[in-house]
Structures are given as C-alpha cells and as structure tokens.
Design a protein around this ligand. Structure first.
Ligand SMILES: [Cu+2]
Length: 201
C-alpha cells in the first residue's frame, strides 16, 4: 500500500512537472523562451551577442556588441503565443532611444541613424497611424501585418522625404509619415507571409 501511494505520488509529480514545462513552452513566458524568441529577431551573429531585456524590463542576459533584443508589445496574461506576437526586436543604441521615445510618446532624439532587426515581424499597425499596434480588425485602411523586416530610424526625419509610403511594392517604404515617429521599413524574405494580399502582384 505504501509503495503504491509512493508511486502514485511520483506519477502525479512527474505529470505536473511536465505540464508546467509544456505550459511555459506553449505560452512563451519563461526566461529561456524570451531569450530565444527575442534574440532570433536578428541574425545569430548579432542576436547571440546582444543584451536581452524581459517583458518585465529585467536584463535576462548582458550582451557584448551594443545591441539590445526585447519585445515591443506588452506580454498578455499567460505569455505570447509565438515570437511574431511579441514583436521581438533587436536594436542598436540609437534605435533603443527611438523605441523608448515611442513607448513614452516623446520625440525621438538620435545621435545618428538607428537600426532595428525584426525577423519575426509583428502583429502590424496602420502605416500612417502610430499606436495602432495589433489593431488588425479595427477597420484601419492601411493596416499592414509585417513579416520579416529591418527598420531605419532616422536622426533627421526629413532625410526620408523622397521615399515612398507604398508598402505593396516590396521596396523599402516610409511608415508614420508626417509624425515624429517616421521611419523606413525594409521588407525581407517572407515580409508578406501574414498579409499575402498586400504583396506585389
Ligand atoms: Cu515600422
């Protein structure tokens, strides 16, 4: 009887541990999951040496190359469904200043142009309206759910004046034109995976 109780206890313990481990894996909220998801927004030769910030703002890993990887949208209860939903991004120091300005709704002040890698894409925005992140079904006219891309965050917003805002040609295009958050989107392979109807015909 004692042995049976013991083995039942062991079974229940094993089951709970594996359910918990599975849960973390599915919901993308463990430190390990966050490091993997966020750093893989850049090529490994950058992501592997980058600092990683958790959703809670904690440094999960100190990097050595000046790049910082983190999520750009807040984590929902239970964690992210996948890296795409987290808007994982790896930014150089100038782009970090841009991201902080966007979060705080302040005018970005950059020392030089900044760069951001987003190989997992994100849940999208209206190309002309800041702070429409993830509002896919809100009826925005120029909503684009991005696949893999890079972004150039300009020190001088007027440097992008001559560039197109058309996101359906595959060429680099301007996002948030006429606002303090204007920047250049650079589509990479797979950019239109989440919105094939916007892809070049
Ligand atoms: Cu953008």
């Amino acid at each position: 009887m004692k042995t049976m109780k013991n083995s039942l206890f062991t079974l229940i313990l094993t089951l709970s541990v594996s359910i918990l481990a599975h849960d973390n894996h599915l919901h993308g909220n463990s430190d390990e999951w966050q490091i993997k998801a966020y750093t893989s927004a850049a090529p490994a030769f950058i992501g592997d040496h980058a600092t990683v910030i958790s959703d809670a703002g904690k440094v999960l890993r100190q990097g050595t190359n000046g790049w910082t990887c983190r999520n750009l949208v807040p984590m929902p209860d239970g964690g992210f469904a996948d890296a795409h939903a987290s808007a994982a991004a790896c930014s150089d120091p100038n782009a970090v200043a841009w991201v902080e300005a966007y979060i705080a709704d302040k005018t970005p002040k950059l020392e030089s142009d900044g760069w951001i890698w987003m190989k997992h894409g994100d849940l999208g925005v209206d190309n002309f309206k800041p702070y429409t992140d993830g509002q896919k079904d809100a009826g925005h006219k120029h909503y684009i759910e991005s696949g893999a891309h890079m972004m150039l965050m300009p020190k001088d917003p007027s440097s992008l004046d001559g560039q197109t805002t058309d996101y359906t040609t595959g060429a680099p295009y301007v996002m948030f034109k006429g606002t303090k958050f204007v920047h250049l989107m650079i589509p990479l392979e797979g950019y239109y995976d989440y919105q094939p109807e916007a892809a070049p015909k």
